[in-house]
Design a protein around this ligand. Sequence first.
Ligand code: ADP
Ligand code: LRH
Length: 480
Amino acid sequence: TAVRAYAAVDLGASSGRVMVGRVGHDTLELREAHRFGNRPVRLPEGLRWDVLALYAGVLAGLRAAGQVDSVGIDSWAVDYGLLDADGALLGNPVHYRDPRTEGVPEKVWATVPAAELYAATGLQYAPFNTLYQLAAARSTAQFGHAARLLLIPDLLAYWLTGQQGTELTNASTTQLVDPRTGTWAHSLADRLGLDLGLFAPLRRPGDPAGELRAEVLEETGLTGPVPVTTVASHDTASAVAAVPAVGERFAYICTGTWSLAGLELAAPVLTEESRAANFTNELGLDGTVRYLRNIMGLWLLQESVRAWGDPALGGLLRDAAEVPALRSVVDAGDAAFLAPGRMPDRIAEACRASGQPVPRTPAETTRCILDSLALAHRRAVADAQRLAGHPVDVVHIVGGGTRNALLCQLTADACGLPVVAGPTEAAALGNVLVQARAHGLVGDRADMRRLLARTQRLTRYEPRGDAARWREAEARLAAR
Ligand code: ADP
Ligand code: LRH
C-alpha cells in the first residue's frame, strides 16, 4: 500500500521543529528534519516573539524535509500578528508573557462580568487570553493601522501560501468563540467593542489552506504543487489528538513548557464550580472539548536551569531523584510564576512564605519543582473527573516531559493511577495524522489512536502506594 510523507511544522514556546511523518496503512514513522530555538526578545516596548527567525526556521526545515505530499502548521496558542491593509506585518507579535495585560482583565469584567465571560466562552481565566491582549492593544497606534489579525500558525501559513484563514481549535483560545457551537461569540464581542471582522474566516482541521507560493518552492527546493493542509493548529489540540488512548476512560497531561492536564469531552462544562476551579473548555479535533487546566509546567525548571547557567538536565534530574520527596511544594498553577526571571529565588520565596524548608541547591529546587508539578497534575486529574463526571483508569503523558522519567513516576504516584508516557513529539504526530486523514490514509480519531498505540514506543509507570504522603502535601498547600 501507498506510503505518504507529511511535513509537520510544530512551534513550541521553547523550540520549533519541522518533522516528517511517513504514514502507511499500518505504519507511522516520524523523523526530525530541523529543530531551532525560539527565544523571546526583550525590546524597549516589551517582550516579543522573533517571528521572522521562526519563519526562516520553517523554510530551512522544509528544505531539510525534502519532497512531501503536504505541510501542516501548529504552534502555541493565543498570540497573533497584525497586518495592515496591504497585508504587511505590523511589528513583532507580542509574547503572552509580556506584562501589557496587567490590570486589563478587571477593566473587561467591568463591562462583562467574569461569570458571564465563562458562560459564553468556557475559557479559563488567564491574563494572556487573546481577548485581554486585544483590550490592552486597542489604544495603541499600531492597532489603529490593523486591518487583519492572524494567529501565529495562520500567519505562517499565510506567508507560505498567500491565503488567510483562522483555524478553529486555536480560535477557541481567543475567548471569542462559543464552545457549544464552534462559532464566534458575536454578542460578547459587540459588548466589548471588539471587531470580529479583524479575523479571517474560520477553517477546520482537514480543510485545504492553499499551496506553497512559487518563491517558497524556490527557497526550499521543493517541486510544486505542495498543498498546505489545515491541522488542529493549536499545539495542544494536535497533541491531544495524538494521545494513544484506548476507549474513553483516560486523562491526559501534555507536558512541555506548560502542563495541560485534563479530559477529552463531547460537550463543554460551563458551571460556576468549573469556573472557580479555573478549568478551560478549548476545542479539539472533530468538535471535541479539551477540558483542562493550565499548569506552569516545565517552564519552572527551564527558567531555573537558565538562571543556573544551563547545566546538563540529565545530571540535575539524577541528583534530584536522591533528594527526599515532598519536603517543600509550591502551587505550580500560580500565575505568580508566569513572568520570566529569578525563578529559583521566586520558588524559594514561595517555600519560605508557606513555612516550608527552603530548597538551597539546584538539586533541591529541581526536586521541589517536580514534586510540585506532580501534585498539580494530581489535583487537575482529580478535579476534572469530579467536575465533568467522567472517571478515568489511566493517565497519558505526552510531550517533552515524557523524557523526564522522575516526573512521570511522581505523576503516577501522585494520581494513584498508571501513567502511560509517550509519544514525545505528540503535537507533530497529531499534525501529521490530521493531514493523512484529510488525504484518506487513516480513518476516524479512534483509528488514529489505534495506529499510534501500535507504532509508538510507550512506557508504563505503576503508582507506588504512598497516597497518604500526597494527601498530606496537598493539605499543606491548601492550608497556606
Ligand atoms: P514546547 O513544545 O513547549 O517547546 P517540549 O514539548 O519540547 O516543549 O518540551 C520541552 C521540555 O522537555 C523541556 O523544558 C525539558 O524539561 C524537557 N526535556 C527535553 N529534553 C529532555 C531530556 N533529555 N530529559 C529530560 N527532560 C527533557
Ligand atoms: C502550549 C500552549 C498552551 C497555551 C499556551 C499559551 O504550548 O499552547 O495550550 O495555554 O501555550
